[in-house]
Design a protein around this ligand. Structure first.
Ligand code: 3H9
Length: 684
């Protein structure tokens, strides 16, 4: 049994208990159905409270059942069954009532919630639309505009806001169960409101649908579910209840098996698995109650802000008072921008800043639990910082370096207790970007690694373990992206056609626009370091642009020209000349949009397969998360590796071989070739 029933006077309390999140598995649906039948027949019951055990109300349909044939009772029928019960049901919500969970609540006659609860229909984030009446009942409760906003964005709403919007009937401050029973007793003394299936949606202006469709399409980019969800809301407003339900169900079933929904489900489970890798489940992390950041530049201030957001007291250390002032003003600017964007209130911003201690004295770090070094990307400078930290910190203080390219093992070479050291590669801006590459050295202890993952959970980041190599997972693949983009230029494509092809594929920006935004100097600096190490990075055009001082937007020109004060990229005659000069020895050809994408993305897949083969990444899902959360790879494609498996590994091998023959890419690696039989990475 996934639920229990008890009776308090004439009120039955149905408690669903299906850990971890009370998802609506077939067993839960069946038990709820049976409860509705039994309680309808029971003359001693006047009304029913539906409440949940554990950390949340029903968080939705069981997503793991989506790949399988649906079994009865189907969720839309269950919601209707609850709506049609002879006794009124009230949903008592704590945690999150999401998707099917909120749809069940919409089937109840009343909804009551704890102040910290939230409700929502996040289905579009899974590439589907609500499939149990959410798009039909919500506009009947809240009107078309609010329903369209909630359903097409998938964003949850907090209980207090939901109360103000009429989505729930009461907020219960104290004990939810007894508060809901009190609410119900009062409600039963009055005439009952009609169930939502008997209500109508107030008319909207004629232009509403067209205007909303435009803004939804803009926000959804190439995801199809949000516009299909808007269609459902429109039908819910224009059709009778039953016909609208039928339309919603057809749309739900049509989308459920779509490639986008499969990709988004893959990302859903990968994101939930990432913070708790199976190999660390048995390791108890150290507790982190205080943190310090060395360096208040862009990265250091971003990391400090993210630690403050995780409610940790932070000490910011700089080498002198001038640098410290700069660091503090960087930090202040971050919080001010969060206030401007409505993310936090001015009071919270002040509170967060007040939790920061600024100092030039390493001695202040004697009792801190965690130190993250974020100084200049130079081995000598970083080693110097860790020598000082080694001397002042407790032997169990977790020491971390934020580095994108340096070998954390070398940075930690001389520290005391190297088992408490690891690399943490944050992405800029660190207070915003979700990805965190966690890079253990050969000396890092399992407890240190587990603490790195626990820290990521505290900071609401998506952690991915990466092995040590140049660029770890993400930047190693990025190097291939950029080299391939230059190969395309040398063989006849133009920067703007390459960028537009990659945008059409779903990236927010093409590789040249992205470099102009970030600055060509950073990559040039890394290539210089690589050459010192004896490597031969391929960037003939980027090297020449750098030599000319064309660093991107910040210098008024990079791959594109920019007018003063205008960030719109304009094709550059000077750059075209440099490309032509560098391309003299390369055969020219015509490139279609699809071929451009293949010439960049398939070599990225090849490099990713090598990364997997060398165990730099533990799982192909980890590479997907790195690409989605660090580099803007389209979520609806499920990440680089999911895209590859969906596209067909055999097909990819054949195209890479063709490119390799023309000197346009490396040949497919062993792991990629060996995986074509199964179509899954690493499986023969
Ligand atoms: C839907 O309802 C469709 C209907 O309209 C129509 C149907 C006909 N299913 O996130 P956490 C697992 S679509 C299965 O770390 P938190 C998760 O994988 C659904 N499993 O917890 C993880 O497993 P494990 C609409 C699920 O406390 C564990 O639970 N609903 C589901 O940080 C803990 O997850 C949603 O999209 C699920 N629906 O956050 C809600 N949800 O322990 C999605 C979670 O093995 N869920 N799991 O790694 C969430 O947003 C968060 O889980 C929640 C709790 C906020 C509820």
């Amino acid at each position: 049994m996934t639920l229990t029933i008890k009776q308090i006077g004439k009120i039955a309390v149905v408690t669903v208990d299906n850990p971890p999140v009370n998802a609506l598995s077939q067993a839960v649906r069946q038990d709820l159905w049976n409860a509705a039948e039994a309680l309808d027949r029971d003359p001693s019951v006047d009304a029913v409270v539906l409440i949940c055990a554990g950390r949340t109300f029903i968080a939705g349909a069981d997503v793991s059942e989506f790949g399988k044939p649906p079994l009865p009772p189907h969720l839309p029928d269950l919601v209707t069954r609850i709506e049609k019960t002879a006794k009124p049901w009230v949903a008592a919500i704590h945690g999150s009532a999401l998707g099917g969970g909120f749809e069940i609540a919409l089937g109840c006659r009343f909804r009551v919630a704890s102040p910290s609860a939230s409700i929502g229909l996040p289905e579009v984030r899974l590439g589907i639309v609500p499939g149990a009446g959410g798009t039909v009942r919500l506009p009947r409760l809240a009107g078309a505009a609010l329903a369209a906003d909630m359903v097409t964005s998938g964003q949850p709403v907090t209980a207090l806001r939901a109360r103000a919007q009429g989505l729930i009937d009461a907020v219960v401050e104290d004990d939810l169960e007894s508060g809901t029973i009190d609410f119900l007793r009062l409600a039963l003394a009055q005439p009952l409101p009609p169930p939502l299936c008997e209500r109508y949606v107030p008319a909207v202006e004629a232009s509403f649908w067209e205007t909303t469709a435009k803004s939804v399409a803009l926000r959804a980019k190439r995801e199809q579910a949000p516009l299909r969800a808007l269609d459902c809301i429109r039908k819910a407003c224009e059709y009778e209840f039953e016909a609208a339900m039928e339309f919603e169900r057809e749309t739900f079933l049509d989308l459920r098996g779509s490639p986008q929904a499969r990709a988004l489900r893959h990302v859903f489970f990968a994101e939930r698995a990432a913070p708790r890798p199976p190999e660390l489940r048995a390791t108890v992390p150290q507790s982190i109650r205080s943190a310090a950041v060395i360096g208040g530049g862009t990265m250091g201030a971003g990391i400090a802000a993210a630690l403050c957001d995780a409610q940790l007291p932070v000490t910011l250390v700089e080498r002198d008072s001038e640098a410290l002032d700069r660091g503090l003003s960087n930090l202040r600017a971050i919080f001010e921008s969060s206030v401007k964007r409505g993310k936090i209130s001015p009071d919270v911003a002040e509170e967060r800043l007040a939790a920061v201690t600024a100092t030039t004295d390493y001695g202040a770090l004697a009792d801190v639990d965690l130190v993250i070094e974020a100084v200049f990307e130079d081995l000598g400078v970083k080693r110097d910082v860790f020598a000082r930290l080694s001397a002042v910190c407790r032997p169990d203080t977790l020491l971390a370096t934020n580095t994108s390219y340096l070998d954390p093992g070398q940075i930690a070479a001389d520290i005391a207790h190297p088992e408490r050291f690891l690399g943490l590669h944050f992405f800029s801006p660190a207070q915003v970007m979700k990805l965190l590459e966690i890079v253990p050295t050969p000396d890092t202890a399992p407890v240190t690694l587990a603490t790195g993952f626990a820290l990521a959970r505290m900071m609401n980041k998506i952690p991915v373990r990466a092995g040590i190599c140049d660029g770890f997972i993400g930047n190693r693949i990025l190097k291939v992206t950029r080299a391939q983009a230059e190969r395309l230029l040398l063989s006849g494509a133009e920067p703007q056609t390459v960028d537009s092809a990659m945008r059409a594929f779903g990236l927010p920006m093409g590789p040249f626009e992205a470099q102009d935004l970030g600055g060509l100097d950073i990559a040039a600096f890394q290539r210089r370091a690589a050459r010192v190490r004896g490597e031969t990075p391929f960037a003939p055009v980027a090297d020449r642009l750098y030599a000319l001082g064309r660093f991107g937007q910040k210098s008024g020109g990079g791959w594109y020209d920019y007018d003063k004060g205008d960030r719109t990229p304009k094709p550059s005659v000077a750059v075209a000349g440099i490309i032509a000069a560098e391309a003299l020895a390369t055969p020219q050809r015509q490139w279609s949009e699809g071929e451009i994408v293949d010439c960049i993305v398939l070599p990225m897949i090849n490099e990713a397969a090598r990364i997997l083969d060398e165990t730099i990444a533990a799982r192909s899902e980890d590479i997907d998360l790195v690409q989605i959360h660090g580099y803007g790879f389209p979520r609806f494609r499920g990440g680089l590796m999911h895209y590859a498996e969906t596209r067909g590994l055999g097909d990819i091998v054949a195209i890479l071989e063709r490119f390799a023959k023309e000197g346009l890419a490396e040949p497919p690696c062993g792991l990629l070739r060996n995986s074509t039989g199964s179509g899954r990475f690493g499986l023969p």
